[in-house]
Write a protein that binds this ligand. Structure first.
Ligand code: SF4
Length: 259
C-alpha cells in the first residue's frame, strides 16, 4: 500500500485509516509548524494540484474495502502534508463513499485553503472536518504555524472557516495545538471559536515526538476553562483505541516511530 495506511489510533477519531493524496517522499505543506511530527516542510507550497493519480488510489481502496468496516471507525485524509492541496480530494472521497458506504470520511486540514470556495465545496463532501486553528493573531500564527507565503493570513482563514461552517452540514471540529508561544491565548481563541461555531473544539499539545515541549496537564486544564460553552476534547483526557495496522512502515513514515 502506498496511499492508504493504518489504521492508526487517533485520540480524536478512534481507529482511523489514513488516505494520503499527496504521498510525496518528503512533507508537502503550506505551513511549517514548529511542532510538526514530520519535521521541517521540504516542499513549501500552497499550490492546489494533482499529486497522485486517481486510479492509483482507487486501486488500493478497492483492494481493502471489504475489511474496512471491521477494522476502522473513520477514513481520514491526512499523511505527508496538507491534504487540501490535492485537487482530487472530492473525487477520492466519492470513491471511498461508493466502496465503503458505512464508514464516515474525515480530514485533518491546516485550514489555509478554506479561504478558497472551490476547496470549501470539496470539504463539504466529507462527514468530519478537523480544521487547525492555533493562533489568535497574525504574529502568533507566523511564529507557530510559519505559513510558507506572506499571502496566507489568519484573518482570512477565520473568515473562511466561519463561511464554511454556515454552509456545512457535517461535523466541524477546531483542532488547537497549544505550545509555549500561544498558551496565553486561550480566552481570545475561545472568542474566535464563538465566531466560527464548531461542533467540537479539540485541545491538543504535542505529546508525540517533536522538537517542542508539550504543555503540562495543569496548563492545558487552565486553557480548557476558557472553552466552557463548547463540546471539548482534550488530549490528556482521551484514551487511544486499539488498532490492527496493515503496514507499519507506511504508518511510521507519516506518524513517527511511537505508533
Ligand atoms: S499543517 Fe500539519 S503537516 Fe503541515 S507543518 Fe503543520 S502540523 Fe505539519
Amino acid at each position: 500500500m502506498r496511499f492508504v495506511y493504518g489504521p492508526v489510533a487517533s485520540w480524536r477519531l478512534g481507529r482511523s485509516l489514513g488516505v494520503d493524496i499527496l504521498s510525496t517522499t518528503e512533507k508537502t505543506c503550506s505551513f511549517d509548524c514548529v511542532y510538526c511530527q514530520l519535521g521541517g516542510t521540504a516542499n513549501k507550497t500552497a499550490e492546489w494540484k494533482v499529486y497522485v493519480r486517481m486510479e492509483e488510489i482507487e486501486r488500493e481502496i478497492k483492494a481493502i474495502a471489504d475489511t474496512i468496516a471491521d477494522t476502522t471507525d473513520v477514513i481520514t485524509f491526512a499523511g505527508m502534508g496538507e491534504p487540501t492541496l490535492g485537487v482530487n480530494l472530492g473525487e477520492v472521497a466519492e470513491v471511498i463513499r461508493r466502496e465503503c458506504p458505512k464508514t464516515p470520511i474525515a480530514i485533518l486540514t491546516n485550514s489555509a485553503l478554506v479561504t478558497d470556495k472551490r476547496v470549501q465545496e470539496e470539504l463539504k463532501k466529507l462527514d468530519i472536518v478537523v480544521a487547525k486553528l492555533d493562533a489568535s493573531d497574525q504574529s502568533i500564527f507566523e511564529r507557530v504555524n510559519r505559513p510558507v507565503s506572506e499571502e496566507i493570513k489568519l484573518e482570512a482563514i477565520v473568515e473562511g472557516l466561519t463561511e464554511f461552517r454556515r454552509g456545512y452540514k457535517g461535523k466541524l471540529c477546531l483542532q488547537m495545538m497549544f505550545v509555549d508561544d500561544n498558551k496565553d491565548s486561550g480566552a481570545e481563541m475561545a472568542r474566535i471559536a464563538e465566531e466560527i461555531q464548531p461542533d467540537e473544539v479539540q485541545l491538543n499539545t504535542p505529546l508525540r515526538p517533536c522538537p517542542i515541549k508539550p504543555l503540562s496537564q495543569e496548563e492545558m486544564e487552565r486553557i480548557e476553562k476558557h472553552f466552557k460553552g463548547f463540546k471539548v476534547s482534550s488530549v490528556y483526557e482521551k484514551m487511544k483505541p486499539e488498532v490492527r495496522v496493515i503496514d507499519k512502515v507506511e504508518v511510521i513514515k507519516r506518524r513517527g516511530a511511537e505508533e
